[in-house]
Design a protein around this ligand. Structure first.
Ligand code: HEC
Length: 134
C-alpha cells in the first residue's frame, strides 16, 4: 500500500514536470510572422529597389549585407527592421515605397534569414509585437 502511494506520487510529479516543460519546448518553434505570398512579392520588390546596393543575394555590395552573420540587421527585432527600412530606405529616396511593399520586403529578408512563413501577414502592428530577432 505504502509503495503504491509512492508510485502514484512519483508519477504525478513526473506528469507535473512534463506539463511545466511543455511551454518551454513550444516556445522554441517560432510562429511565422509573414506569409509566403508576401515573401514572394518582396523578392521581386527587393530586386527592383534594393539589390543595386545590398546585392542580388543580400550579400552586400556598396551597402551592408542583409543576411547571415555579417548582416547589418543581426540581432534587430522585426519591428526595428521594418521601421528602419520604411523610414530610411532606399538610400537617396527614403519612404518612396508603399507600406505594403515595405512589409513584403521585410518578409523576404526574414525568409532569407531562415525565419518561417506563417498564416498571418506582416504589418507594422504585427511587426512591433513579434519577439523574433533577425
Ligand atoms: C543607393 C543604395 C541603397 C539602396 C537602393 C538601398 N540601400 Fe539600404 N543601405 C544603404 C547604405 C549605404 C546603408 C548603410 C547606412 C548606414 O549604415 O548608415 C544601408 C543600410 C540599410 C540597412 C541597415 C543595415 C545596417 O547595417 O544597419 C537596411 C536594413 C537596409 N539598408 C535595407 C534596404 C532595403 C530593404 C532597401 C530597398 C527598399 C534598401 N536598403 C535600398 C544603401 C542603399
Amino acid at each position: 500500500m505504502r509503495s503504491t502511494i509512492r508510485i502514484v506520487a512519483l508519477a504525478t510529479a513526473a506528469l507535473v514536470a512534463a506539463v511545466a516543460a511543455a511551454p518551454a519546448r513550444a516556445a522554441v518553434k517560432e510562429t511565422g510572422v509573414y506569409t509566403k505570398d508576401q515573401a514572394a512579392a518582396g523578392s521581386k520588390e527587393y530586386q527592383a529597389k534594393c539589390s543595386r546596393c545590398h546585392g542580388a543575394n543580400l550579400e552586400g555590395v556598396s551597402a551592408p549585407a542583409l543576411r547571415g552573420e555579417a548582416s547589418g540587421l543581426k540581432g534587430d527585432s522585426v519591428g526595428q527592421a521594418l521601421t528602419f527600412v520604411s523610414t530610411q530606405m532606399p538610400a537617396g529616396d527614403p519612404g518612396s515605397l508603399s507600406t505594403a511593399e515595405y512589409d513584403d520586403i521585410v518578409a523576404y529578408i526574414l525568409a532569407r534569414n531562415g525565419h518561417p512563413a506563417g498564416a498571418t501577414a506582416l504589418t507594422p502592428a504585427s511587426a512591433k509585437k513579434s519577439t523574433a530577432k533577425l
